[in-house]
Design a protein around this ligand. Structure first.
Ligand code: GAR
Length: 206
């Protein structure tokens, strides 16, 4: 079987700028990369990442949460788009909506997120501000399997980033973002190739 036949079909969920999305799209231009980007889906019609995806020739979809009565019907609409593109793995990339527990359960072991901290430290909003306030000297980013609890779930890959004296949130965020762009393609490759998988509540490697 050719390498192309083994590529897993990935759907990327975004809400904004989409720089992590762009790093995944770039990685998948290598035909030996174990995943291809089948769809970029945004819950916001004004997400800048949508134009970047379209420019790269990737199918895009908008499922605007405001148009739905409740979270379940919003999630059902997203499922429909993912199924229409035969998506096998979902990557959250700056997707700023809480997903329903049934949606998360259906994608258990097949949905990844990137968060800009060394989890389990500094979950939720403003992780860089939280890191500076805590005075840590090492910060970073984490790729993890998604579970219903926010920014939790078994870890697939992490990268450490030093906190420098005089750092601001913006400077620290930029240094972490550069590592995110390297780490997410690496984490997705581990999962898409089967070298990292979820067993129970642990990530198993090899
Ligand atoms: C990234 O830094 C990502 O790690 C973060 O949002 C940013 C999105 O940027 N995600 C979270 O905080 C998730 N809790 P991007 O749209 O340029 O990829």
């Amino acid at each position: 079987m050719s390498a192309a036949a083994l590529r897993r079909r990935v759907g990327i969920l975004i809400s904004g700028r989409g720089s992590n999305m762009a790093s995944l799209i770039a990685a998948a231009t290598d035909p030996t990369y174990p995943a291809e980007i089948a769809l970029v889906l945004s819950n916001r019609p004004d997400a800048a990442g949508l134009a970047r995806a379209a420019e790269a020739g990737i199918a895009t979809a908008i499922v605007e949460h405001r148009g739905f009565a409740d979270r379940d019907s919003f999630d059902a609409a997203m499922e429909e788009r993912l199924a229409a593109h035969d998506v096998e793995i979902v990557c959250l990339a700056g997707f700023m909506r809480i997903l329903s527990a049934p949606f998360v359960d259906r994608w258990r072991g097949r949905m990844l997120n990137i968060h800009p901290s060394l989890l389990p430290a500094f979950k939720g909003l403003d992780p860089h501000g939280q890191a500076l306030a805590a005075g840590v000297r090492i910060h970073g980013c984490t790729v993890h399997f998604v579970v219903p609890e926010l920014d939790s779930g078994p870890i697939v890959a992490q990268a450490a980033v030093p906190v420098r004296p005089g750092d601001t949130v913006d400077r620290l965020a930029a240094r972490v973002l550069a590592e995110e762009h390297r780490l997410y393609p690496e984490g997705l490759a581990l999962v898409a190739s089967g070298r990292a998988r979820l067993e129970g509540d642990r990530t198993v490697f090899g």
